[in-house]
Design a protein around this ligand. Sequence first.
Ligand code: GDD
Length: 426
Amino acid sequence: MRLEYPHRTERFGAVRIRNLQRVIEIDSGPDRGDDVASDLGAVQYVPVSRLREIEADLAIVVPCKNETPKVIEGVLSGIPHDCLIILVSNSDRAPVDVYAEEVEVLEQFCRVSQRPALAVHQRDPGLAAAVKAAGMPDLVGEDGLVRNGKGEAMLVGTALAALSDRRYIGYVDADNYVPGAVTEYCKAYAAGLYLAGGPFSMVRICWGSKPKLRDGRMFFSRWGRSSEVVNQFLNRIVGEYSGFGTDVIATGNSGEHALTLDLAVRLRTAGGFAVEPFHFIDLFEQFGGLLDTPHADVLSSSVDVVQIESRNPHFHDDKGTEHVQGMRTQALNALFHSPICPPSVRDAIREFLEAEQAIPPGTRPPAERIYPPVATMALDIFYDELVAEAASFRQMLRREIVGVRGDAPIRRPDLMSSRSDAPLDA
Ligand code: GDD
């Protein structure tokens, strides 16, 4: 893959945010012999062998709530072969068991493509029991089940990825109509993680465009209705501290992003759709040097945020204006309540939400739920409880030859319970 060179980097303590890099070539040909990513001045080039190495170490979490099976199948087909797929579904179980249909799609896909996967249903009582036993009781709601929400699904996916032996994690929405876009996002994750190089890195995708039908013709809008606003407020926060206005953050809402697992398990997770912008906030809170941090080790190095603009348009299910407004409000609520949000930005957020009629005049925005890092979970207990209690939990093995057992998605010997000899994908 060949990318534009990131000529500008903004620092926020140990966090280094590189400006948006456009994909120049998705496929930049065979390795040229020098075998390392090269920096050719105006461009950065990552050899295909390096992309493949990262992909083999990458788990891709697919959060899914009642998306069309055909679309899900397309998304799966776009995820590079060596990535581990982790489906976390919150789809209906009744009157029709949509999750069962999704598992069937995933199983068939894994069988024919000979690859491993994990799947679990977010509202499985066994998952709630596992999460609680592992020390994350906040994730469980009053009804005794894991709470609804995309952020909650991503947290579960991160815990599952931490059980695997992968070193990187990425997230891809299940409602993407274009499998080729999914492939490009995953390749961009691999390229960005490779170029960032360090143990604490994050790659965030900014879609090249978002196509919409307008007056009978296709219009490729540049920014989403939520991203535009959320980016602006995040940039104001960065600018207030540096004393220089900036537009460096172009991916505040990025649903498509990837991290080193070392970083992913240290970050806290915001519930619902506050999850993506809260990534930036938590980076600033934990690694910005303003607040106390348990990660002095990380502060002494750096946390790199690479932002990549895809060539593919993001063509997905449009869930309507109210949905977008809700998403934007959740994001701004999370920014507002951060201890690092300067008072002037807080006032501006409140004014914006009042003007949008998202909050009554003179009130404070509600706080979003913030969950502790996955690193605080007892993952061995999580795994054992999951296998014992969660009826919806599936491990699909890589079968090299039909009928012959191959790789298991979870291979950490310290986590393999006595049940690991059982046919896990039965
Ligand atoms: N498991 C699970 N649980 N999945 C969920 C849930 C949930 O409660 N809610 C939504 N999802 C899944 C959807 O099925 C979809 O695959 C993905 O999460 C994104 O949800 P959408 O409702 O389709 O969000 P969107 O497409 O409007 O917004 C996307 O883009 C934004 C950037 O513009 C999301 O990725 C946002 O998080 C992102 O900020």
